[in-house]
Design a protein around this ligand. Structure first.
Ligand SMILES: Nc1ncnc2c1ncn2[C@@H]1O[C@H](COP(=O)(O)OP(=O)(O)O)[C@@H](O)[C@H]1O
Ligand SMILES: [Mg+2]
Length: 326
């Protein structure tokens, strides 16, 4: 099966006068048709930078290398006009705070119809009808009246529904949702994630769902990527990774997840994620890893398949838990 979206050996670093930040360090991802791929990792692990580089949304201080392709089309080689056409129409993105994407001075109708008219070449009335249809599809009642309201007249959860409606109205092949429920309370969060799942199966697009919450991945995604220090530590089907987490970082994230078994005994991973100011030569999790062996201090582990489609970047796994160098 050919992937819809391919990211290959993506590197992103930011250069300022005082220092360089290595945000993404050799990331490769394939997104297939009709799947929800979760990208999980603590704050600062490079999740947002990685997906922003797909759409050319990073500031000029970002130095980017690697291959990014939508189907056969290389996005990293496109001019900005074509990239603007792709943004929204082919790949839509929604963020944690919809207020940053909605203009407070215009009604929802103004904002939705403008986008629809531009990308789908419909007239004003056609665009308005489509906007209303999509508001209804994402569960906004009284859609006709709501269309004429301003963003501040919607609650946070409702604004996120509007963003999903706006994104889906263009039938994008790929929806990228970057922490779409982080600012919402638990009940609303469940509704929004349910809506993203429903959209994926109805519209048959593919979704990248970014979150720092492993629970969100468990309930929403088919496949997952665990990121740390701008690299993939583990990836696989959600059921495989949850039943046999192989990387100490993934295991740490699991231990800090509330569950029936450990509900009252959450164990956060000690320490803070480090920000790389030089190109990483060793496993970025090394200084927080409770299971490191001497090989870990000598060379970078490679992403290794431990079972079909289940990959792990860890010397422990590669050496079967034996420290060969001792
Ligand atoms: N515009 C920028 N300039 C400099 N550093 C940045 C910029 N954007 C992100 N970073 C750095 O890149 C790293 C990854 O950030 P980000 O992708 O936002 O993490 P995440 O989304 O996983 O929380 C962080 O160390 C962050 O400080
Ligand atoms: Mg982020």
């Amino acid at each position: 099966m050919k992937p819809i979206l391919t990211v290959e050996d993506l590197h992103v670093h930011f250069v300022s006068n005082s220092e360089t930040t290595y945000a993404v360090n050799g990331l490769s991802i394939k997104l297939y048709s009709q799947e929800i791929l979760g990208i999980v990792g603590e704050s600062g692990s490079g999740k947002s930078v990685a997906v922003k580089s797909i759409l050319g949304l990073l500031p000029e201080t970002a130095q980017i290398s690697g291959k990014i392709a939508l189907g056969e089309e290389r996005l990293d080689q496109l001019n900005s006009d074509r990239l603007r056409q792709i943004r929204g129409k082919e790949i839509a993105m929604i963020f944690q705070d919809p207020m940053t994407s909605l203009n407070p001075l215009f009604t929802i109708s103004d904002q939705m119809t403008r986008v629809i008219e531009r990308h789908l070449h419909l007239d004003k009335q056609g665009a308005n009808e489509l906007a209303e249809l999509w508001l209804r599809r994402v569960g906004i009642t009284d859609a006709k009246r709501r269309l004429n309201q301003y963003p501040h007249e919607f609650s946070g959860g409702m604004r996120q529904r509007v963003m999903i409606a706006m994104a889906m109205s263009l039938s994008p092949r790929v929806l990228i949702a970057d922490e779409p429920t982080t600012a919402l309370d638990v009940t609303i969060q469940k509704q929004i994630l349910g809506l993203i799942r429903q959209m994926e199966s109805e519209v048959q697009n593919s979704v990248i769902l970014i979150t720092h919450d492993l629970g969100v991945v468990a309930n929403t995604c088919h496949r997952m990527v665990v990121m740390y220090g701008g690299m993939i530590m583990e990836q696989g089907n959600v059921s495989d990774v949850f039943s046999h987490p192989a990387h100490p970082y993934t295991q740490g994230l699991m231990d800090s997840l509330p569950s029936e078994n450990n509900g009252r005994h959450l164990v956060p991973i000690p320490g803070q994620p480090a920000i790389a100011t030089t190109e990483p030569k060793l496993c970025p999790f090394l200084d927080r890893c409770p299971k490191s062996i001497s090989t870990c201090f000598q060379k970078m582990p490679v992403l290794t398949e431990i079972k079909q489609d289940h990959l792990v970047r860890c010397w422990l796994v590669e050496q079967g838990g034996n420290d060969e160098t001792i």
